[in-house]
Design a protein around this ligand. Structure first.
Ligand code: 6CS
Length: 290
């Protein structure tokens, strides 16, 4: 039985999450037990300085270099905006030694292992650039809904790291989370369109929660903006309801997303799509990060 059905019914539904959020012992990793408890309750954890300001600057520089590499667009690893400029680069941990090293950094992978209670593999990486006054709004969604429906991820035993490579403010599109929403699964309406990930801007079409479900969750849990200086990070559970406004500020912003899945939660056939998405969006090879 599919415990997290979605895109199958004509009406949306709010379902109880049946799986835990934290799978390992609270004292086995870099997070304090208070941080682990807070993550379990809220579905997210804010780290004011995961990277030093200097490291954040170096990764922002590395991302700038990757944005200029034309071969990445040819390989389909970029998302391009209406002006033809590169907004996102996928799979950065495979195409850049610097990002490969970052995902193996114990400050990052150690926290992922601690939350997921096992070895972990990388499910997806993506660096995103939004120019000054450049929009880039991300509608409310649960990543797990997509990973389950389209990538065949069985359970919400995955954690995402959103790492600020530039300062994040309420004006420039900082990540927003509904704290506690990870305990409710929103079953969405609408079938998965064929190959919809090929959209050049990779805008999400399927798997967006309906407004009534979002209103219920927002009224119950509220909304928090994840603001702070470059180098800060937010870890969030696969099923946390999150989104972002556009960049309304006169300066650009860059961030990095790293998603870890438990090696005990390897992706199978998609639960609500004909074919799994390509490897750069949802890894199918559960090789542990060492
Ligand atoms: O493509 C993904 O895997 C993730 N990104 C977006 C914007 N929505 C679905 C999922 O969370």
């Amino acid at each position: 039985m599919d415990e997290y059905p979605t895109r199958k019914d004509r009406a949306p539904a709010l379902l109880y999450r049946t799986h835990p959020t934290v799978w390992g012992p609270a004292d086995d990793g870099p997070c304090t037990s208070e941080e682990v408890d807070s993550y379990a309750a809220g579905g997210y954890l804010r780290l004011a300085e995961l990277l030093s300001p200097d490291e954040a600057r170096r990764y922002a520089d590395e991302f700038r270099r990757l944005r200029g590499e034309e071969r990445l667009a040819e390989q389909g690893l970029t998302a391009i905006d209406d002006d033809g400029d590169v907004r996102s680069v996928y799979d950065v941990h495979r195409i850049s030694d610097a990002f490969a090293e970052l995902v193996r950094d114990p400050r990052i992978v150690g926290r992922a292992r601690q939350m997921l209670g096992s070895d972990v593999s990388v499910h997806q990486t993506r660096a995103t650039f939004v120019p000054a006054f450049g929009g880039g709004e991300v509608p409310w969604h649960s990543c797990f809904e997509t990973w389950h429906a389209e990538d065949g991820m069985p359970a919400p035993r995955a954690v995402a790291f959103s790492i600020a490579l530039t300062d994040e403010t309420v004006h420039n599109g900082a990540l927003m989370v509904m704290p506690g929403s990870h305990k409710t699964y929103v079953s969405c309406v609408g079938e998965t369109p064929e190959d919809h990930y090929l959209d050049p801007e990779k805008r999400q079409e399927a798997g967006l929660p309906d407004r009534s479900s979002l209103s219920i969750l927002a009224a119950k849990y509220g909304i928090e903006a994840m603001t702070g200086p470059a180098g800060g990070a937010t870890l969030f559970d696969a099923n946390s309801m999150h989104g972002a406004g556009g960049n309304m500020a006169p300066t650009p912003r860059s961030s990095l997303l790293v998603v870890f899945n438990s090696v005990e939660n390897g992706c199978a056939s998609p639960f609500s799509a004909d074919e799994p998405r390509p490897e750069f969006l949802g890894a199918r090879d559960p090789e542990p990060v060492r």
